[in-house]
Design a protein around this ligand. Structure first.
Ligand code: EPS
Length: 399
């Protein structure tokens, strides 16, 4: 069973993840994890913090000479900014930290108010330090391990931004591009958009929103290719692949909606135009791009987003998520001081103006984690050698 847990505060000394259940023999390289950590830090619209942090992973257990041993893997990423926060975030009692950077004016849209009430705090810093999207650093590190596992079986995960505020990339343009071309364009784009003609307009929007002390959200899409049919389980609600993807994405900071395949658009179509006719060919040249092993069955359309009955069907898995604008505003928004109960503007903290490109990279990690979990459930094994044997036996049986 592939499990992970993360810990760490945004301005504490470090972020930690412990991952258990990856098969022994899986190649693990810190450089691969660092590559995704670097991708997560990018994106136009990030705040001053990203100039301070240069995220790199330290692997302190579970890996020896470049291979997973089968024991829990511990990943650590240090917060460089902690140097400036040592007294404020001290684990030991501190007599007189000037102001303690207490946050008593909860920000609408943030975890501040519900968090202080739930945990009986008076300072929302005790909440926001963990609610912070800084915690996604470790999820990306775990995701990189899962991507390495999936890559052993030809499964790849990528992402791109489809909407920023009111500006939308044309779905027709996306449909006309190969997945490799989308990836090439997106990796060259500061906003992870596949349409370079929109990039300047999107940057202008971020600049103007920033000048107003405001923030902007958007929509991103994550695609996994090469996924074999049969991951997830129709038989129990909590094992369904789409349900698990939905949970993982909805639990990401600032995400307010998730779609798979056609999503909400499918509800507007008649069944004859929503579902994907089933075809069969033994020749891989007939199969659509990104198709995974499925015994020769394939579809020309992918409205289902690669999942039917809570199980992968061999087509690319396509997930979209809507990110609300970041809740920390530099302009005023009404709140009430928790200590005095008097009306006040919400607390203003250094933050990002737009983090949609970063969220897309995190989305890749979340999808990789869910797919790796479902993959290991189906082909469960203690070593990579055993896993390959089980996988190949299943693929052969499909044929
Ligand atoms: C965040 C606020 C900002 C972001 C942070 C998420 O940090 P700070 O308060 O230190 O300026 O930069 O994101 C990260 C640090 C990161 O690594 O993504 C928040 O309140 O959620």
């Amino acid at each position: 069973m592939l499990r992970y847990m993360t810990s760490g505060e945004s301005h504490g000394p470090q972020l930690t993840a412990i991952v258990s259940g990856l098969p022994a023999g899986l190649p693990v390289r810190a450089a691969d994890i660092d590559r995704d950590l670097h991708r997560r830090q990018g994106g136009y619209g990030r705040g001053g913090r990203m100039a301070i942090e240069h995220d790199v992973v330290r692997i302190v257990s579970g890996v020896r000479h470049g291979f997973a041993m089968g024991s829990p893997i511990t990943l650590i990423v240090e917060n460089r900014d902690w140097k400036s926060w040592q007294a404020i975030m001290s684990a030991e009692p501190v007599e007189d930290v000037e102001g303690k950077r207490a946050v008593t004016r909860p920000r609408p849209g943030h975890a501040d108010l519900a968090g202080i009430q739930k945990f009986a705090h008076t300072d929302a810093r005790n909440i926001l330090e963990r609610a912070s999207a800084r915690a996604t650093t470790t999820q990306v590190a775990v995701g990189a391990l899962c991507k390495a596992l999936l890559a052993e079986f030809g499964i790849r995960v990528g992402s791109h931004v489809t909407e920023l505020g009111h500006i939308k990339v044309s779905p027709e343009l996306i449909a006309s591009l190969s997945l490799d071309e989308i990836e090439r364009r997106v990796e060259a784009s500061e906003l992870r958009v596949a349409d370079p003609s929109l990039e300047a307009e999107m940057k202008r929007l971020i600049d103007s929103v920033k000048a107003d002390g405001d923030t902007v959200g958007g929509v991103f899409e994550v695609i996994a290719t090469g996924v074999p049919s049969g991951l997830g389980n129709v038989m129990n609600w909590d094992e369904r692949l789409d349900g698990r993807i939905g949970q993982a994405f909805m639990a990401l900071q600032a995400i307010k909606g998730v779609e798979i395949g056609l999503g909400f658009e499918g509800a507007r179509r008649p069944g004859s135009e929503a579902h994907d006719p089933i075809l069969y060919s033994e020749h891989s040249a007939d199969w659509p791009e990104g198709h995974g092993p499925s015994g020769g069955f394939y579809r020309k359309t992918n409205g289902a987003g690669g999942i039917e009955g809570g199980m992968s069907n061999g087509e690319p898995i396509v997930v979209r998520a809507a990110m609300k604008p970041i809740a920390t505003l530099m302009r005023s928004i009404q709140s009430v001081d928790f200590a005095t109960r008097q009306p006040f503007d919400a607390s203003k903290e250094r933050s990002d103006v737009c983090a949609v490109p970063a969220a897309a990279v995190i989305g890749e990690s979340l999808l990789a984690i869910v797919l790796a979990q479902a993959f290991l459930e189906k082909f469960g094994a203690d070593s990579l050698v055993e896993l390959k044997r089980n996988y190949e036996g299943y693929i052969e049986s499909l044929g």
